[in-house]
Every structure is written in structure tokens, then in C-alpha cells.
Design a protein around this ligand. Structure first.
Ligand code: OAD
Length: 338
């Protein structure tokens, strides 16, 4: 247990002397912004502000299963720009892999669906992608899996892929967890490791802690157990306990600072360079050849399409009103037809 007003030096000393050996990490979109995927909630640059032209009922609707079931177009308009293909892991992802290599990472809960922590070398059995991933996909209605090659084509061109089962017609969705859907069953199993005595340190990186149930993970850790937050700003209740340490700034700066203090900097940079090289090699083998539209361009295109569709449906509505007005003018008082 660490006493009053813990500092980063205290934690580093405990790691170096073997008193901290079981680290649980929780990551969010902020560790992947340096790889080129905007996060969700940062004003202006975050995805939710960028979606404004689409006039969704509320920004998160784009990832809500009910909304997707009747309007999957916005999700597919942004899919290509957020797809992890061609993205390279950051040094923050490499830091997690380094913790694993040093046998210090007990477990990683990531809310990200980009798989960059796996690309960086964190062993799959130590990671739970709490919100799923892009690896597989199925019809959101009948749940029948959908072929990878057709899915890749749909994402590349920004089209909605539909179920191939006769008579179904449901939109296909990658196996990412949408609002209104359950997290993987393994979440509750792994969550239990936080409440016992099996954790020496919790590391929280790049998340606003606005989305349950991951947002509750840092609070599940016992009071005296140190928690490190590496984020642009304070989030959740981090920084309110005596054993908390907040490194405010970018994730990449934070992990470099930790690596320097631990004497791991060269090893970290080397591991990162290797991870980048491996991913570049995969990208060369598999990448989509032509440049795609930017997120902004895709949103703009769909906004115009939706405006067009809106104009058509307004026109239909007026036609219908006129038709009904003419038809029932003799039986209904005029007011009720308008
Ligand atoms: P958010 O966008 O809510 O929060 C990202 C956090 O990372 C914010 O606190 C940013 O200030 C911070 N941040 C951004 N870039 C950073 C950087 N380079 N270095 C340090 N901090 C940085 O993203 P999440 O918390 O991951 O779920 O969002 C959680 C869930 O909400 C997502 O998994 C997604 C979303 O809706 C679903 O779609 C189901």
C-alpha cells in the first residue's frame, strides 16, 4: 500500500524493487489519436463534433443499435476513415507491450476497436477489447456471419452491406459493441480481478471515462492501491485519492516520462520501431491501394445525400397531404387534414 501523496518516483521505485508486479491497464481513444484516429469527445476534433452536419438525433446515435437498425448509412460513411487498416501503433501501445514483456502487465481492458495494442505486441490473452473489433462481422438482425472480402469492399466504398440470407435484408455490422448491446461475457469475469487483492497498480490512459461499464473500473480498485492517469485532463475520480498520480499531457509524453524514470527508454523505442516495421510490412501486403476520402469529405457527402432524401420525402409528404385533403375534404373538418 502506498501512503499519503504518492509521487511518480514512489511508483517507479516500487516497480524497480519488485513491489509492483501486477499492473492492470484501461485504455481509450486518446492512445490512438497520435495514430490518426480522432477520439470521440474532444471538442472540435473529436468524432462527435465532426458529425454535426449529419444532424443525428444525438451524436452517439451513430453507434446505437436501434438507430443503426434503420439508418446504417452514417456508420458506413465514417467506417473507412476509422478503420484501423494502414494505421501504425503508437509508442503508448508499445509501452503496454513492454509492460507485458517484462511480465508486469496482468491485464489490459481497452475500449478501442483498432487492435493497435495487439499490433504492438501485447499478447492476445492479456487483452479484452471491451467494445469488440473490426475483425469479424455479421448481420445485426439474423446474426449470420458475412464474408470478409465483401465487408472490406463495403467499407472501402462506403456502402452499407446487407445480409445475404434470403428474405433477411438486415444491415451487416462489424462485431463492435454498439450502445444498447452487451459487452463480451468475459468482461465481468475479468472485472473481478480488480476487486480482489490481485492488482498492485492501475494505469488509465486516454479515456474520458464517460461510458459505462468501463468507466467504473478505476473505482473498483482498493483505496490504497496506486492509480496512474495519463491523459490530457483529469477524468472520473482519478486524482482524488492519496495514492493517485496524474500525468497530464499526451499519452506518448506520459509513457516516455515513465520509461525514462524506469530506465527503459531505449528498449521502449526499439520495441516501438519493431512494431511499426511489422505493421508496415502487413500494410504493404494487404493495404487498400487507392486513397480514400477524408472523414470530413465522407460526412459532407452523406449530408448532401440526406438533404436530398429529406427534400424528396418532404415533397412526398406534401403530395400525400394534398391527396388526403382532397379525398376527405367532404368528411373531415379542414383543420384535421392540415
Ligand atoms: P473519448 O473521446 O470520450 O475520450 C478520450 C480522452 O482522451 C479525452 O479525455 C481526451 O482529452 C483524451 N485524449 C485525446 N487524445 C489524447 C492524447 N493524445 N493524449 C492524452 N489524452 C488524450 O474516448 P473514450 O473514453 O475512449 O464507444 O470513449 C469511450 C467510448 O465512447 C468509446 O469506446 C466509444 C465511444 O462512444 C462506443 O462507441 C460504444
Amino acid at each position: 500500500m502506498i501512503s499519503a501523496l504518492t509521487t511518480i518516483t514512489d511508483i517507479v521505485d516500487r516497480i524497480r524493487t519488485g513491489q509492483i508486479t501486477r499492473i492492470v491497464a484501461l485504455t481509450g481513444a486518446g492512445i490512438s489519436t497520435a495514430a490518426g484516429i480522432p477520439d470521440f469527445r474532444t471538442p472540435t476534433s473529436g468524432l462527435y463534433d465532426q458529425l454535426a452536419p449529419l444532424k443525428l438525433p444525438y451524436p452517439e446515435a451513430i453507434f446505437h443499435i436501434n438507430y443503426f437498425s434503420h439508418t446504417p448509412e452514417p456508420f458506413y460513411a465514417i467506417a473507412r476513415a476509422r478503420h484501423p487498416r494502414n494505421l501504425l501503433p503508437t509508442i503508448s501501445h508499445a509501452f503496454l507491450a513492454l509492460l507485458a514483456r517484462k511480465n508486469l502487465l496482468s491485464f489490459l481492458f481497452t475500449q478501442n476497436i483498432d487492435g493497435l495494442e495487439l499490433d504492438a505486441g501485447v499478447p492476445a490473452e492479456k487483452v479484452l477489447q471491451t467494445h469488440g473489433s473490426w475483425k469479424t462481422q455479421r448481420c445485426h438482425k439474423c446474426k449470420v456471419p458475412y464474408p470478409d472480402d465483401l465487408m472490406q469492399r463495403a467499407i472501402r466504398v462506403g456502402d452499407v452491406p446487407y445480409c445475404l440470407e434470403a428474405g433477411c435484408g438486415g444491415a451487416v455490422k462489424p462485431d463492435v459493441v454498439f450502445f444498447g448491446e452487451a459487452l463480451p461475457e468475459r468482461f465481468e469475469v475479468e472485472e473481478k480481478r480488480l476487486t480482489g487483492k490481485g492488482v498492485d497498480l492501475m494505469l488509465v490512459m486516454g479515456t474520458s471515462l464517460k461510458v459505462a461499464p468501463c468507466s467504473r473500473l478505476p473505482q473498483s480498485i482498493g483505496e490504497g492501491i496506486p492509480r496512474i492517469l495519463i491523459n490530457r485532463e483529469k477524468v472520473g475520480d482519478l486524482g482524488t485519492r492519496e495514492a493517485d498520480v496524474c500525468l497530464l499531457g499526451t499519452c506518448d509524453e506520459g509513457v516516455r516520462q515513465l520509461a525514462d524514470a524506469l530506465g527503459w527508454r531505449d528498449e521502449l523505442e526499439g520495441m516501438w520501431a519493431d512494431a511499426v516495421e511489422r505493421k508496415e510490412e502487413t500494410n504493404r501486403r494487404e493495404s487498400w491501394d487507392e486513397e480514400g476520402p477524408t472523414l470530413e469529405e465522407s460526412i459532407q457527402k452523406l449530408t448532401e445525400k440526406m438533404k436530398e432524401a429529406g427534400r424528396i420525402s418532404q415533397g412526398h409528404r406534401r403530395m400525400l397531404e394534398q391527396h388526403l385533403g382532397a379525398k376527405f375534404a367532404h368528411v373531415l373538418p379542414r383543420k384535421s387534414v392540415e
